[in-house]
Write a protein that binds this ligand. Sequence first.
Ligand code: TXA
Ligand code: MG
Length: 357
Amino acid sequence: METIVKKINRENLKKEDFSEAVAILRSGGLVAFPTETVYGLGGNALDASAAAKIYAAKGRPSDNPLIVHVAYKDSLFELAKEIPDEAWDLAKYFWPGPLTMILKKKDVVPDGTTGGLPTVAVRMPSDAVARMLIAQSGLFIAAPSANASGRPSTTRAEHVYKDLAGRIEMILDGGSATIGLESTILDLSGKKPVILRPGYLSREDLLSVLPNLEYDPAVIARTTQKDIVARAPGMKYRHYAPKGNLTVYEGGRVEVAAAINRAAADKIREGHTCAVLAAEETAAEYVCPIVKSIGARTQEEIIAARLFDVLRSFDDEGVEFIFSESFSDGHLGTAIMNRLLKAAGYQVIHVPDGDGK
Ligand code: TXA
Ligand code: MG
């Protein structure tokens, strides 16, 4: 199958720009499209065979459910039942935007879309191209991140093309995704609301509507050193992975730089290609031939927006070993570290501080 790439001019969105994509979606085909978080691989959410095509194109296990994207808040009525008041409050404050809510599903949503679960994940994206595509199609659009399963999510049409060309009908190229990390996932289907995936909207942001909101224990366990060590190397949790072997170093800045330089020197001596992923403030401290400065620590939004692009760029350069600094937790940092640690398969080295701590 030849994958058509269609450029979309955001300055001047026209209905005609979407007509081919809409026809593909309506006939059960797949279209990748930009959202404000990452690119999504879209298909008709109420058509089990379109969902099956999504799993096949990504090489994704079919028990991993898809997020259903909507153009209007009211669509919740059609997809979900027993919707708690909090869901409407959340929609009021945070939709359109990077928030996915999990609710009990109505029968109209096929098991093929929800991986056999009795719940459905719903999101109303804010990206104008995504919204226009969904609205024009008149459908609900199931869309996982538009990457090959296990690989870093895609934040540009070029990434999507690399992973999925020949496997999907069309890619709408709307430039770079502005946020760069996937949506915050909130499970509202149980007794207590929990965050299943940290994202651009932090727990702190959502407390205004859900004062008792907690992270799912698995999210926190995987971002604290104690549990990471217990779970390492945790290959079965590996997602977002570059082809090279990625290790995250935690600890004092000076000590981390020294440890990474030592580890990289060893690998270079053995004839391997190495690279370092560092914050702007410390990038100059590394002796590796390839050092990617991801942005200033004070500007987490830039780090988030660039993370998947930088992880993918190591593959383009054939890097075999990647050494990464870590970033601080809290707010957006929680989401950044969640993705980075998963990309590393929880391979973390804790470097003691200079004073022996
Ligand atoms: O920002 C995003 O959420 C992007 C864009 C395209 O909207 N989509 C995205 O989809 O990240 P995906 O499939 O890569 O990640 C969705 C996650 C998966 O980990 C899946 O297991 C979880 O959401 N999920 C979906 N439906 C669920 C459900 N009913 N219960 C629990 N988890 C669910
Ligand atoms: Mg994904």
